[in-house]
Design a protein around this ligand. Structure first.
Ligand SMILES: *Cc1c(COP(=O)(O)O)cnc(C)c1O
Length: 369
């Protein structure tokens, strides 16, 4: 692996393949796998990741917003793409680009059916989302009759799948709640299929659902964080490989006398003669201010260097008093070791947040294939 010469996010495609194969091994042959590639494929690079997974014959993609689906189509993705959270203003574009909306409310259902009719569509594939306990987006169990009655009014759309989303699939102390969500979904699926007169695909599991609730795999599973190398538990983290490594270099080293300050608002005051390294990565790159003032750390020559003072827009300063290093040396923020999970703990957050926060200013580089 070449040493970083500037701040980069290195994406390991072999690790992606490993994670995909591991997750696939957890579901039966007949269960389809949908890759969630929203938010730039969790901060990595949606176009490259989706093209790579398309070559591995992934069954489906999902994004959050229509614009993300359009970007994938522009990048040559032919695989079906579900838009999890569409808005009416984008329905025309969505249909033009053969993206498949998730319909989660009466308003969205009616607006989409009108739009599909306007554009002279028949049997346009849609996905109906049910709320079974997350209380975020989705129809309720007792909406089934209404939805079916509306859908039967035209042939503009056809329900390709019905689905729900688990609220606490990674938290085994909420097992009872999750089992109840699965039970509610089964009831909805049964009455929906009976009333509509055909059998849409059923899906419910995200990554932790795949790993913890095999009885809820149904016809398809939706994996995001697992593909990127996180299992939301110590045991499962061992089976997956983080695909992204955030690297930088030491721009400059300073020797600071006892009592001197470092950075904006003099947030760090040295208690001893301190060697500091300035690194070209800041809050505009995704390392938020909550990592400053001794909370977060970077890794230089296998040793942890505390972030001192306030995180600046384009830089952080770290304490290297006890680390043998020089200007130009490589710096690891997170990657395989320490992982984004470990790094993000220092700011009381989770892997999902830090990996999706890495801004587009940071160059993406790819290794493996
Ligand atoms: C983001 C998302 C997922 C992916 O969840 P992971 O925990 O990253 O696997 C699955 N389903 C829905 C509806 C989502 O919004």
């Amino acid at each position: 692996m070449p040493k970083a010469q500037e701040t980069i996010l290195e994406i390991d495609l072999n690790a992606l393949k490993h994670n995909f194969e591991y997750l696939k091994s957890k579901v039966s042959k007949n269960t389809k796998v949908l890759a969630v590639v929203k938010a730039f494929a969790y901060g990595s690079d949606a176009n490259t990741i989706a093209n790579y997974l398309q070559d591995l014959n992934i069954d489906y993609f999902a994004v959050a917003y229509t614009s993300e689906g359009v970007a994938l189509r522009n990048a040559g993705i032919k695989t079906p793409i579900m838009v999890l959270h569409p808005q009416a203003v984008n329905f025309k574009t969505l249909i033009d680009r053969c993206l498949e909306p998730c319909l989660y409310s009466a308003k969205v259902l009616n607006e989409f059916m009108a739009s599909a009719q306007d554009q002279k569509q028949s049997n346009y594939p849609v996905h109906v989302k049910f709320n079974t306990g997350l209380n975020r987006l989705g129809f309720w169990e007792n909406d089934v009759e209404y939805i079916v009655q509306r859908l039967k009014a035209t042939n503009a759309v056809k329900v390709k799948s019905i689905f729900s989303h688990l609220a606490a699939s990674e938290d085994l102390s909420e097992r009872e709640f999750t089992i109840n969500q699965i039970k509610t979904f089964k009831g909805i699926a049964e009455s929906f299929s009976r009333q509509i007169g055909y059998q849409p695909l059923l899906h419910m599991c995200n990554t932790s659902g795949i790993l913890n609730y095999p009885e809820a795999h149904f016809d398809m599973v939706r994996t995001g964080i697992g593909l990127y190398g996180f299992g939301n538990s110590k045991e499962e983290d061992k089976n997956l490989i983080p695909i992204a490594t955030l690297k930088s270099i030491i721009s400059q080293i300073h020797l600071i006398e006892k009592g001197e300050s470092v950075g904006y608002n003099r947030a760090f005051i040295s208690e001893r003669t301190t060697r500091t390294a300035t690194i070209p990565i800041g809050h505009a790159d995704g390392i938020g201010r909550q990592y400053g003032k001794g909370k977060g750390f970077v890794t230089i020559n296998n040793k942890q260097a505390q972030i001192i003072g306030n995180v600046c827009m384009d830089m952080i300063m770290v304490d290297i008093t006890d680390i043998d290093c020089k200007e130009g040396d490589e710096v690891i923020v997170f990657g395989k070791q320490p992982s984004a999970t470990e790094f993000s703990k220092s700011a009381n957050t989770i892997s999902y947040e830090i990996i999706t926060a890495i801004s587009q200013r940071v160059k993406r580089c790819f290794i493996g294939n």
